[in-house]
Write a protein that binds this ligand. Structure first.
Ligand code: MG
Length: 409
C-alpha cells in the first residue's frame, strides 16, 4: 500500500534531524490567527500559520502523532502524510487541509533554518526582491476593532464618498493597489437569499466603483470583492456594468462550488474575474484554470495546502498565462510565508494585506522597522521565513490561558 509514513532511511548525519514536538497558539487579531511551532532535536524550531477558523489548532495538535520522530526536511512527503492520515476525516479538502497548511509552512521555516537558506531558495529561487501588496480596505470604513474582534461599519460607510476617502488614505500609505467590498448589507433588500440585484442596485455599485477609481486616478489599481453573493444574471450584469472602469479584478461574483457558472460569467465580460480563496489543493483549481474560468487566481496558501501546493497552483495558472495574487488575512507570520512564495513564482502579481486596522500587527515580530514599506515587503535573506515572533506581544493577544499549547504536555 502507498504509505507516506514510510520515509527514506539514508541521510547525511548533519541532516539527520527529528521532530520532537508541535505547539499551537491562537492570537486574537482582526481574525483569529492560528500559529504553529515545530520543535526538533537539533534545537531549531519552525513557525507557521494556518488560515483562521475555529478548532484548526486542535486539528494541528491531532497531527502531532504523525510528525514526531519524522525528519522535517521531507516537507512535501510529510504534507502528504498528514493528508493521508486524515483522509477519513475529509483530509483532501476543508479544515484538515487548512491545519496541514500551517504545519507545512512551519516545516519550510524549519528546513530553511536547518539548511541556512531563506525559504524562497528552497522553493526554487526568486524572481523579485520585493513583493507588492494590495491593501484590503473593507468598505468605506475599515473594520472597527474593539476587544480584538471585528465590527462592521454603519450604513454611512457604504456611501461612495466614504469609499473614496478611504481609497485616498490607503494610497497615501504607499499602496499602489487597493480592494474594497462591493457586497453590502443593502444587498439583502428586498430578499436576502436569491442574490439578484435590481438595475438600480447595480447602478449604486457602479457609483461606488466610479468614486474610488476617480479618487485614486492612475496612482493605484482597484479591485472589488463580492464574496460569492450574486445570482448568475446579476454577476454578468454587474461585471459588464463595470467594464469601463478598468478594474484590477472583480472577485468572487458567484457562489464558489460551480465552476461552470464562474466560467459563464468570465465568458460574458471583459472585466477580469478573480476567485480561489476557498478552494483546497491543486485539484480544486484544475478546472478553474484549464477552462479559463478565472483571470486572476487567488488561493490562500494558509488554507489550500501550504507553499508547495500553492506553487503547483501558480504553475498551472502560468500554463494559461493567468496571474497569481494570493489571498491573505494572516498575521505577519503567514504573510511572510506568502512573501517567499510570491518571490518564487513568475506569475505572482499582488499579495493581500488585510490588517490596516490592527495597529500592533507589526509588533508581533521582533524587528526594528515596519514590515510593509511603500506597499511592499522586502524578501528576507535570513534563513527560513525570516521571522521572529515577539513572544510578549503574542502573549498579550493570545486567546485563552497562556500562549502555546502542546499535545504532549
Ligand atoms: Mg475575497
Amino acid at each position: 500500500m502507498r504509505d507516506y509514513g514510510a520515509g527514506p532511511s539514508r541521510r547525511a548525519d548533519a541532516r539527520d534531524v527529528r521532530i520532537t514536538d508541535v505547539e499551537t497558539a491562537v492570537i486574537e487579531g482582526n481574525f483569529d490567527w492560528n500559529l504553529v511551532r515545530i520543535h526538533t532535536d537539533a534545537g531549531v524550531t519552525g513557525l507557521g500559520e494556518s488560515y483562521r477558523g475555529g478548532r484548526v489548532t486542535d486539528i494541528m495538535g491531532y497531527m502531532t502523532d504523525f510528525l514526531v520522530g519524522e525528519n522535517p526536511l521531507d516537507v512535501e512527503r510529510l504534507f502528504r502524510r498528514l493528508v493521508q492520515e486524515t483522509s477519513g476525516h475529509g483530509g483532501t479538502t476543508g479544515k484538515v487541509v487548512t491545519a496541514a497548511s500551517g504545519i507545512e509552512i512551519a516545516l519550510w521555516d524549519l528546513a530553511g533554518k536547518l539548511l541556512d537558506l531563506p525559504t524562497y531558495q528552497l522553493l526554487g529561487g526568486k524572481y523579485r526582491d520585493e513583493v507588492r501588496l494590495y491593501c484590503d480596505c473593507h468598505a468605506g470604513e475599515a473594520y472597527a476593532v474593539d476587544t480584538g474582534y471585528t465590527d462592521y461599519g454603519d450604513e454611512a460607510a457604504y456611501e461612495p464618498t466614504a469609499y473614496a476617502e478611504t481609497a485616498t488614505q490607503a494610497v497615501e500609505l504607499g499602496f499602489d493597489a487597493i480592494k474594497f467590498d462591493l457586497d453590502t448589507p443593502a444587498d439583502n433588500d428586498p430578499d436576502p437569499f436569491n442574490g439578484r440585484l435590481s438595475a438600480a442596485d447595480v447602478a449604486e455599485k457602479e457609483a461606488i466603483v466610479e468614486a474610488v477609481v476617480e479618487a485614486v486616478g492612475d496612482d493605484a489599481e482597484v479591485a472589488f470583492d463580492c464574496h460569492w453573493d450574486y445570482s448568475l444574471d446579476t454577476a454578468k450584469r454587474l461585471a459588464r456594468a463595470l467594464e469601463p472602469y478598468g478594474l484590477l479584478w472583480l472577485e468572487d461574483v458567484v457562489p464558489p462550488e460551480n465552476v461552470d457558472a464562474q466560467r459563464e460569467v468570465a465568458r460574458s465580460t471583459s472585466t477580469p474575474l478573480a476567485t480561489g480563496e476557498n478552494r483546497f489543493r491543486v485539484h480544486e483549481f484544475a478546472d478553474l484554470l484549464y477552462d479559463f474560468a478565472v483571470d486572476v487566481v487567488t488561493p490562500d496558501p494558509t488554507t489550500c495546502g501550504g507553499l508547495a501546493e500553492s506553487r503547483a497552483i501558480a504553475n498551472r495558472a502560468e500554463e494559461n498565462y493567468i496571474t497569481f495574487s494570493p489571498h491573505n488575512v494572516c498575521s505577519p507570520v503567514g504573510t511572510m510565508a506568502c512573501v517567499h512564495l510570491g518571490a518564487s513564482v513568475p506569475n505572482f502579481d499582488y499579495l493581500e494585506y488585510h490588517a490596516l486596522e490592527v495597529d500592533w500587527w507589526d509588533d508581533l515580530l521582533v524587528r526594528s522597522e515596519p514590515l510593509i514599506q511603500d506597499g511592499r515587503i522586502t524578501v528576507p535573506e535570513t534563513p527560513g521565513l525570516g521571522v521572529e515572533l515577539d513572544e510578549d506581544v503574542a502573549a498579550d493577544h493570545a486567546k485563552g490561558e497562556g500562549l502555546w499549547t502542546s499535545r504532549t504536555d
